[in-house]
Ligand binder design. Structure first.
Ligand code: F6R
Length: 254
C-alpha cells in the first residue's frame, strides 16, 4: 500500500527559489490547461511568486486569455479601485503583467451587499467548475484566507471580523496605520478552500515557523484554521528554511 502524506512539505534555501519553482508549476499548469481556474492570495508572501509568474509568462509567451481567477478575500467597505484594496494589489502584482481578461478575474466586492456578495461568489466558483489550484499564504495566527482562529469556523464565503494582529499585519497597505485597516472583510470559507482540487500554501520567515509546525504536525483545531489542510489529499506546503525551522524530520514521525 502506498501511503501518501499530505500536506507534502518542501523546503527551499530561500523564498526566491521557492517562488521560481512554484511559478514554473503554475506556468506549466496554464500551458497544459489553458482554461485553468486559479485561486489566488494577496499579502507579502506571494509577491515574489507573482513576479516570477510574470517573468515566466513573458519568457514562455503564456496565454492567459482563458484562465479564470478567484481571489480569497477583500476588505469590507473598500471599492475595487481603492488603492489599498486587494483587487488593486492583484492588478499591480499580477493581472497587468499577463493577458488575463477582465471578465475572467473574480473578486469579492467590498462595497456590495455582504450576504448577497458571498452567495454570488460561491455560485461563480461553482459555475466555473471549481478551483483547480488554490494558492494560500498563512497568518501568524494560522488563518488562511481570512478564516480567523476562534471557537468555530465558517464553511462558505462569509463576512468576517479581522483580529487585531491581522489588521496590524495589513497596516502597510494603509500608510502603516492599523486603525485604518477595515475591521471586517469578506473571505472564502474553509470548505470553499478545501474544495480546490489542489492547494499550494507558501510561508516564509521565522514568524511563520510556529503556525507551520502546528499546521503540519498539530491536531485539527478551529484555533488554527490551517490545520484543516491536513484533511485535503493534495496540499503542498512550500517553505523557506526559517519557516521550516520547527518541523520535525519526516523520519522522526510515526
Ligand atoms: C491574503 C490572505 C491572508 C494572507 C496571510 C499572510 O489574501 O488570504 O491569509 O495570506 O495573512 O499574509 P502575508 O503573506 O503578508 O504574511
Amino acid at each position: 500500500m502506498t501511503f501518501v502524506r499530505s500536506p507534502r512539505v518542501t523546503v527551499f534555501p530561500d523564498s526566491r527559489r521557492a517562488a521560481v519553482v512554484v511559478a514554473a508549476r503554475l506556468a506549466n499548469a496554464v500551458q497544459s490547461n489553458p482554461a485553468l481556474v486559479l485561486g489566488l492570495a494577496t499579502g507579502r508572501t506571494p509577491v515574489a511568486l507573482y513576479e516570477e509568474l510574470a517573468r515566466a509568462t513573458a519568457a514562455r509567451r503564456l496565454d492567459w486569455s482563458r484562465v479564470t481567477t478567484f481571489n480569497l478575500d477583500e476588505f469590507l467597505g473598500l471599492p475595487p479601485e481603492h488603492p489599498a484594496s486587494y483587487r488593486q494589489f492583484m492588478e499591480q502584482h499580477l493581472f497587468r503583467h499577463v493577458n488575463i481578461r477582465a471578465e475572467n478575474v473574480n473578486f469579492l466586492v467590498g462595497t456590495a451587499d455582504p450576504a448577497e456578495e458571498c452567495r454570488r461568489y460561491e455560485q461563480a466558483i461553482a459555475a466555473a467548475g471549481g478551483i483547480d489550484i488554490q494558492i494560500l499564504g498563512i497568518g501568524t495566527n494560522g488563518h488562511i484566507g481570512f478564516n480567523e482562529p476562534g471557537p468555530a469556523l465558517q464553511s462558505r464565503t462569509h463576512r468576517v471580523s479581522l483580529r487585531p494582529e491581522t489588521r496590524r499585519s495589513n497596516a502597510e497597505l494603509f500608510a502603516g496605520d492599523a486603525d485604518k485597516v477595515p475591521a471586517e472583510a469578506l473571505s472564502m470559507g474553509m470548505a470553499t478552500i478545501l474544495q480546490a482540487r489542489s492547494v499550494i500554501l507558501l510561508a516564509n520567515g521565522e514568524s511563520k515557523a510556529e503556525c507551520i509546525e502546528r499546521t503540519v504536525h498539530g491536531p485539527l483545531t478551529t484555533q488554527l484554521p490551517a490545520s484543516f489542510l491536513q484533511l485535503h489529499h493534495d496540499v503542498d506546503v512550500i517553505l523557506d528554511e526559517a519557516a521550516a525551522a520547527r518541523l520535525q524530520p519526516l523520519s522522526a514521525l510515526p
